[in-house]
Ligand binder design. Structure first.
Ligand code: IFM
Length: 476
């Protein structure tokens, strides 16, 4: 088996000459644009939202019967996260959910995407659900409806119960079946009030960060295990889609995939061919299987017939994985430029997250490519955003002009894709609140709303006011 390119490329690559000022403002872009008379109107039923995930905001790690997740274990292990940060308290959303819902109402959000914490609902990953855990999400969902905001619920956003990890985690095929039981318990508890379910968030990040590079939980560096995990995560997705349908639910369901356009770094045939394989690992390994029923041949060939993944594909798995979905949730952050030897290089300024090149046209390219290659599957953009070094000024204002420029340019790119026939239904900013950014701890602030982690005071940033106007005007 040849090595996946990401293995040879540390995520933290050497800085290129073209770097941003660190506030995410690409050179040459006026960050101060604010909506006046909108010149770009979105379809009248377009949905505007914001997204979060359980471990990143909830805190209350030991309350109301919540069990331990792999992120509790990982973040409490010295050296794993920046400054030793954990999600023990995070943005304390578990206690401040009502205030946070009021913030969402003030923004005018149509849709709020959040995740259910598996160990809050099944502390050990199996068995009877913990009613106090379900009650929290019931209160949240009722509170959203009271404020006219539609809940969009992700079932798995990386916080696997530690007990399941102890039994092999996603390397163990059985975990996909445990996920289905958990999904059924959540549908039974909350399903009547949830119009959209997302199964598994960014399986690729689990594969790459959790099992190739090892800087996310569970901290493994084992390529052969990584791609078996890719298969089991997708099996879990397909089984959950079937289980939801079998429950008689009319809710819509789909996967949440982070997709990256992969361009050749130069005009050589070798770079073109390397970029094609890179695209296989980044995108087609998830899109072809879920939307077309088979893993890409080039990736399978590259992994080799003897790989644990190839050996782990049982009869009928691909039919399960490709069970028709109602929508595809797309998360776009960065493009990749691939050299002839399968490494990546930078072409655009980066944000404070050094893996993120700011390239709004990549949003257009990835959205149009989905429709071109897989047909008119309805798309919701469930994440898009950047971290900025946000600090309240003496007047208390958080002036994140770089975020406004970023959002404006990416929303404009999404509008162009819609105008060219891509069925994009909604757009969600990552993130509603500053939160625990995994291995980066609390250093990177991704929110529309600033969180003072000492007092837990929330301060809507300038971008929040700007986004509120975009929603109000249904355009910019
Ligand atoms: O914070 C993460 C999120 O959990 C998944 N998508 C990418 C975001 C920014 O890194």
């Amino acid at each position: 088996m040849s090595m996946h390119p990401r293995q040879r490329l540390p995520r933290r690559a050497a800085p290129s000459a073209a770097v941003s000022a660190g506030d995410g403002t690409p050179p040459g872009i006026d960050p101060t644009g604010s909506p006046g008379t909108p010149t770009l109107r979105f379809p009248s039923d377009f949905g505007w939202g914001a997204a979060t995930s359980a471990y990143q905001i909830e805190g209350a790690a030991k309350e109301d019967g919540r069990g331990e997740s792999i992120w509790d274990t990982f973040s409490r292990t010295p050296g794993r996260t920046r400054n030793g940060d954990t999600g023990d308290v995070a943005a304390d959303h578990y206690h401040r959910w009502s205030e946070d819902l009021d913030l969402m109402r003030d923004l005018g959000l149509h849709s709020y995407r959040f995740s259910v914490s598996w160990p809050r609902v099944q502390p050990d990953g199996t068995g009877q659900p913990n009613q106090r855990g379900l009650d929290f999400y019931r209160r949240l969902i009722d509170g959203l409806h009271d404020r006219g905001i539609a809940p969009m619920v992700t079932l798995f956003h990386w916080d696997l119960p530690q007990s399941l990890q102890d039994a092999g985690g996603w390397e163990n095929r059985d975990t996909a079946y445990r996920f289905t039981d958990y999904a059924e318990a959540v549908y039974r508890g909350l399903g009547d009030q949830v119009p959209v379910w997302l199964t598994v968030n960014e399986p690729k990040t689990v594969v790459q960060n959790g099992y190739l590079q090892g800087h996310h939980a569970p901290g493994r560096q084992d390529p052969d295990a990584a791609y078996l995990v890719a298969h089991h995560l997708q099996l879990a997705h397909g089984l959950a889609v079937r289980a939801l349908r079998a429950s008689g639910s009319t809710a819509r369901i789909g996967p949440a995939l982070n997709l990256h356009p992969c361009y050749p770094a130069d005009d050589t045939p070798a770079a073109a061919s390397a970029a094609r394989l890179y695209d296989g690992y980044e995108n087609r390994l998830y899109l072809d299987s879920i939307l077309s029923g088979g893993y890409p041949e080039d990736v399978l060939a590259d992994l080799g017939a003897g790989s644990r993944m190839a050996q782990g594909i049982a009869d009928g798995d691909m039919e399960i994985i490709s069970t028709p979905v109602d929508l595809l949730a797309v998360q776009y952050y960065t493009p990749y430029y691939v050299t002839a030897d399968g490494l990546t290089t930078r072409r655009w300024p980066t944000s404070q997250a050094d893996w993120q090149q700011i390239y709004p046209d990549g949003m257009y390219d990835i959205l149009t490519r989905i429709t071109r290659d897989y047909g008119p599957v309805p798309i919701t953009v469930t994440e898009n955003g950047l971290p900025c070094p946000d600090v309240p000024g003496p007047d208390g204002v958080v002036d994140d002009t770089g975020r406004i420029a970023f959002l404006r340019d990416h929303i404009t790119a999404a509008h162009r894709a819609i105008a060219d026939g891509v069925p994009v239904e909604s757009y969600h900013v990552w993130s509603l609140l500053d939160n625990f950014e995994w291995a980066e701890g609390y250093e990177q602030r991704w929110g529309l709303v600033y969180v003072d982690y000492t007092t837990q005071r929330r301060v809507p940033k300038r971008s929040a006011h700007w986004y509120r106007d975009v929603i109000r005007d249904n355009g910019l």
